[in-house]
Design a protein around this ligand. Structure first.
Ligand SMILES: Nc1ncnc2c1ncn2[C@@H]1O[C@H](COP(=O)(O)OP(=O)(O)O)[C@@H](O)[C@H]1O
Ligand SMILES: [Mg+2]
Length: 232
C-alpha cells in the first residue's frame, strides 16, 4: 500500500543570530493511513521543526518528501497552503480558540476558511459530528471560558478533524494539561486513527507515547525507534 507520507533523508538547517545550524540531519519517516506515531525528544531537538516541514509550513533543505506518490519536497507556498488545509489537521499545546464564539462556531471556522461556505445544514452536521467524535457534542453551545482545559483542547481537535484530514499533526497537545485530562485528549486523537486518519504525536509524556502504534525518538537530527521501556 502506498504510504500516506514518506520522508527520506530530510535535512533542515535554521539560522539563529549566527551561522545556520543543522537541526535535522537525515530524517526518514513513513506513515500509513490509520497509523499513529509518537515522536519523543528533548527540548530543542527539532520536533516542532520536523512537524512544520511535514505540515508544509516550511520546506526541507535536502532529501525527499512524498505525499502518497506525489513529490512535495519543494512545493511553492500557494500549492502548499492548499494542501495544508485539504490534507492536514493541526493541534498545538495552546488551543487557539476564539473566546467570543461557541465551541461549534470555533469548529465551523475551519470549514469556512478551508472550503468556502457549505450550506448551513451540511456545515452544522459536520461540526456536530466532529464534536461528537471527541465526546463533547453536549458542549456545542458553550464558549471557551466556560470549558475546562481538556474540553478546550477537544474543541481544537474537533476543529482539526472537521475537514476530514488525512494526517493529524499534534505538537505537545497535552503540554498544558494535567495527566488525567491529557489521557482523555490522547484518547480523542486515537479515535481519529480508527477512522483511517494518520497521527503524528509529539510529546514529552512517555505514557502517552506508548499508546501510539510506534514510538520514535529524535536525537542528533535523526529519528530512530525509542528504546523500549523495561516493564515492571
Ligand atoms: N525559526 C527559527 N530560527 C532559528 N532557529 C530556530 C527556529 N525555530 C527553532 N529554532 C531552533 O531550532 C532548534 C529546534 O527547535 P524546535 O524544533 O522548536 O525543537 P523542539 O520542538 O524539539 O523543542 C532549537 O535549538 C531552536 O532554538
Ligand atoms: Mg517543540
Amino acid at each position: 500500500m502506498t504510504p500516506l507520507i514518506q520522508l527520506t533523508a530530510v535535512t533542515k538547517s535554521l539560522k539563529g543570530q549566527g551561522e545556520p545550524r543543522s537541526i535535522l540531519s537525515g530524517v526518514d519517516l513513513t506513515v500509513h493511513s490509520g497509523e499513529s506515531v509518537a515522536i519523543l525528544g528533548r527540548s530543542g531537538s527539532g520536533k516542532s521543526t520536523l512537524l512544520s516541514l511535514i505540515g508544509l509550513f516550511d520546506r526541507p533543505d535536502g532529501g525527499q518528501y512524498l505525499l502518497g506518490d506525489r513529490d512535495i519536497t519543494r512545493l511553492p507556498e500557494r500549492k502548499a497552503a492548499a494542501l495544508r488545509s485539504a490534507e492536514f489537521g493541526f493541534v498545538f499545546q495552546r488551543f487557539f480558540l476564539l473566546k467570543q464564539l461557541t465551541a461549534a462556531q470555533n469548529v465551523a471556522m475551519a470549514l469556512v476558511n478551508g472550503q468556502g461556505w457549505l450550506p448551513r445544514r451540511k456545515r452544522k452536521a459536520k461540526v456536530m459530528a466532529a464534536l461528537d467524535q471527541v465526546g463533547i457534542a453536549h458542549l456545542a453551545k458553550h464558549k471557551p471560558p466556560r470549558l475546562s482545559g481538556g474540553e478546550q483542547q477537544r474543541v481544537a481537535i474537533a476543529r482539526a478533524l472537521v475537514r476530514e484530514p488525512r494526517l493529524l499533526l499534534a505538537d505537545e497537545p497535552t503540554g498544558a494539561l494535567d495527566t488525567e485530562t491529557g489521557n482523555v485528549v490522547i484518547g480523542a486523537l486515537q479515535a481519529a486513527t480508527e477512522r483511517g486518519c494518520g497521527l503524528i504525536l509529539v510529546t514529552h509524556d512517555r505514557d502517552h507515547a506508548d499508546r501510539m502504534g510506534r514510538v520514535l525518538e529524535l536525537t542528533d537530527g535523526v529519528l530512530a525507534p525509542a528504546i523500549e521501556r523495561v516493564g515492571v
